[in-house]
Write a protein that binds this ligand. Sequence first.
Ligand code: SAM
Ligand code: SF4
Length: 437
Amino acid sequence: MNERDSEIIEQLLARSGYVLVDEPETADLILINTCSIRDKAEQKVYSLLGQLAPLKKENPDLKIGVIGCVAQQEGEKISKRAPYVDLIVGTQQIYRIPSILDRLATGRPTREIATDLKSSYIIPAFQKLLRGTPPSPTPAEFRKFVTIMQGCNNYCSYCVVPSTRGREISRSVADIVEEVRILIDQGIKEITLLGQNVNSYGQTNPVDDHAVSFADLLHRVAEISGLERLRFTTSNPKDLSKDLIGCFAEIDILCPHFHLPVQSGSNAVLQKMNRKYTREIYLEKVAELKAARPDIALATDIIVGFPGESDEDFSRTMDLLETVRFHGSFSFKYSDRPNTRSADFADKIPEDIKKERLKRFQTRQDQISLEQNKKYVATLQIVMVESSGEGKVKGRTVTNHIVHFPCPDNVLPGETLSVRITRAGKHSLQGERNTDI
Ligand code: SAM
Ligand code: SF4
């Protein structure tokens, strides 16, 4: 999400004549785009600002800005702790950055803070701007993210997103389809549709297409000629519909890889997290996904050490890992975040127990990932090239596995090649090019 926001800002500023430089010392404008999903985000921003302060002394014309989630969360507090910051721009106001910079250039005002959370998707000018200006891909680019919705209405008790990104709102189908079409015309082969909870796409559309579900949107995007691979992220399992599961059987270019964050295997913890599903419902959906697409690779997010998580609760998470056998996962120690309900929960888990649980989970996940990856050995996989050089190629399978293989030919990012898998590691596969076809 932040990566895509950075791209939008880069594109907006390019229109105003800005060019990217490699070193902060040579910049006239430094923007720090921030994420505050987990611990220490604020501290990291203040520490970076401290490092940039001397540059401002050397070059008084340098403008420094903090944008994104930490800007949204901290607002004016940032200018109190770092008075040399010129602009503080929240998640929904990034489209205003060029006009803010124009005003700052006149010397009045000397600082601007824009943290209104009203969704920019309901501002027609922003939609037009997104539609008309997807950033032009460089020759090495073959895949892009396309944002389909902003914000989130779910209020999981640990999560900062509803307060930093605001209420959920979906972009219109027409806008999304047009942006994908432009990207494909520019040579993009793979699109990932992006939202905090794509499963509830369409429930909060600002302008049109009220009847369109996420499953409908996937069908519409998949029909666009020239698109080779379609992915999406992220999904709250509570909104995973049968229609969406059916898409994995119906849409050829929908990649058989699903990131479905479960967070915990304990019903007591899931309830305190306000996730609105049980482990039984999650396992049912996993079974339906595997039935619809037997080759699907499942990945997840896990939080260990949520307030009140007992040894028994944690063992339910370990047991869920054994049952589903995720191909991979992102796992985190729980951390208190501002403006979240769980920050006020009692029974916080001590740091050493969180650390030990995380290690146990990650060690077992690594073993399972290796076992899952070994199943690909001796199979043929279609690999989309990501980079190549010195006779070596790195690419990705439809199941999202990284594959390394030797290849003397000059191959370009986005090309697809048939590769026979020869070895499996826990995080990637190795192979050799199959030239039989
Ligand atoms: N929307 C997705 C969902 O509903 O599952 C999750 C997106 S969230 C931006 C990314 C991940 O960060 C979460 O799945 C969760 O595992 C982790 N996360 C969020 N808040 C956290 C917290 N307070 N402590 C630790 N991990 C957290
Ligand atoms: Fe956060 Fe995801 Fe829950 Fe929304 S659905 S509040 S983004 S964890």
